[in-house]
Design a protein around this ligand. Structure first.
Ligand code: ADP
Length: 355
């Protein structure tokens, strides 16, 4: 191992997610174990600009992995997007002799990490977002816990819906991604799932609900992804009631899904990502994000990750692909196709077995 690194920083930024603490703990303990000191930066990039830091020991992080949220706090910081803000952040790194940073967050956080890496502070990204909306990784830290929280809420709603012969329309977070809605829809036996990635057939839903009611079914769950918009989900609830005569309630758990005790899957995935992030940083890599690909934890170039994200969302701009080889572009296309195939396959299953 190169002995270049004496001290590294760790921060959490953007929307928080359960499991971020497990990444922090893993980063801290792995780095200390490898002979490197750790500085916790408080409140994301804002803490870096305004020099809010604390040294971390193993003891500081020994009791955090069972807690949601982030012990380092999180923030959104527009100043960091400016050259002036960036220079203040670099000055804080110099002041504390921070040789590199592990930044935990979503795609915005990774953009910031790239900007810092380009300016000479090596950064490694680790996902921390419930939305699972980072195309380059199969799963993100926080996603599993969020799904399990929706599952508990949905099961509770099922109980009361059964008593009162109602339908519950649950709108779940996920920003523009329908992963949480899709998986929880299947797990809750939702009769319908509406998400941006797939066309939604309202009439088919109404017909299925009427058929099930005729068979004697009392309760119904419909899951709607946040990306469909609040107006859509609230009006769908009214339309269901009008079209089927089944009393319907609208539920938006919103930020409840962002908190809570991290699941085993999230804690373990987070710990592996944190360890890998330290390993690759100390080995001299920079500007990469730690991803899960087919059950392997691998570093992926952040620029590649950001562009494949744009490709997947059909938001590529002129020149976006210029820096990549034909092989890399083919790899991007294959990954996008894999993600789309997931939605197609899952949607077919949900619509076939949900009742
Ligand atoms: P997330 O990381 O969850 O996607 P945001 O998009 O809010 O959340 O990004 C988190 C923070 O990352 C922002 O508040 C900002 O400080 C930083 N950031 C986002 N985009 C950029 C960018 N283009 N350049 C530099 N920093 C950025």
């Amino acid at each position: 191992m190169e002995k270049k690194f004496k001290r590294i920083g760790v921060l959490t930024s953007g929307g928080d997610a359960p499991g971020m603490n497990s990444v922090i703990k893993s980063v801290t303990c792995a780095a200390l174990d490898m002979g490197v000191e750790v500085i916790g930066i408080l409140g994301g990039y804002s803490g870096l600009i305004h020099d809010r830091t604390r040294k971390l020991t193993e003891h500081d992080v020994a009791d955090i992995i069972s807690k949601g949220g982030t012990m380092l706090y999180s923030d959104r910081c527009d100043e960091f997007k400016t050259e002036e803000g960036m220079q203040k952040a670099i000055a804080t790194c110099k002041k504390h002799n921070i040789d590199g940073i592990i930044a935990i967050g979503g795609d915005g956080t990774f953009r910031g990490a790239t900007d810092l890496s380009i300016r000479g502070i090596p950064c490694i990204g680790v996902s921390g977002t419930i939305d699972n909306d980072i195309t380059a990784t199969d799963i993100t830290v926080g996603y599993d816990t969020a799904m399990n929280t929706v599952l508990s809420l949905g099961d509770a709603l099922r109980d009361t819906s059964e008593s009162h012969a109602r339908c519950c329309v649950i709108e779940v977070m996920g920003r523009n991604a329908g992963y949480i809605a899709m998986e929880t829809g299947l797990a809750l036996n939702a009769i319908g799932v509406a998400l941006q990635e797939m066309p939604f057939d309202k009439e088919a839903l109404f017909a299925k609900m009427k058929k099930m009611r005729d068979l004697g079914q009392r309760s119904f769950i419909v899951v709607v992804a946040e990306g469909m918009g609040g107006v859509f989900s609230e009006s769908l609830t009214k339309e269901i009631e009008a079209a089927t005569g089944i009393e319907s309630r609208f539920i938006r758990p919103a930020h409840i899904v962002r908190g809570g005790i991290p699941t085993l899957a999230d804690r373990c995935f987070a710990a592996k990502c944190g360890y890998k992030a330290v390993q690759v940083l100390l080995a001299g890599q920079s500007d990469v994000v730690i991803c899960s690909r087919h059950d392997k934890i691998v570093p992926v170039d952040i620029k590649w990750a950001l562009i494949v994200d744009r490709m997947y969302k059909n938001k590529l701009k002129d020149g976006d692909l210029d820096a990549f080889t034909p092989e890399q572009i083919e790899e991007m296309k294959a990954l996008c196709a894999e993600r789309r195939a997931y939605f197609e396959e899952m949607y077919e299953i949900v619509n076939s077995v949900g009742c």
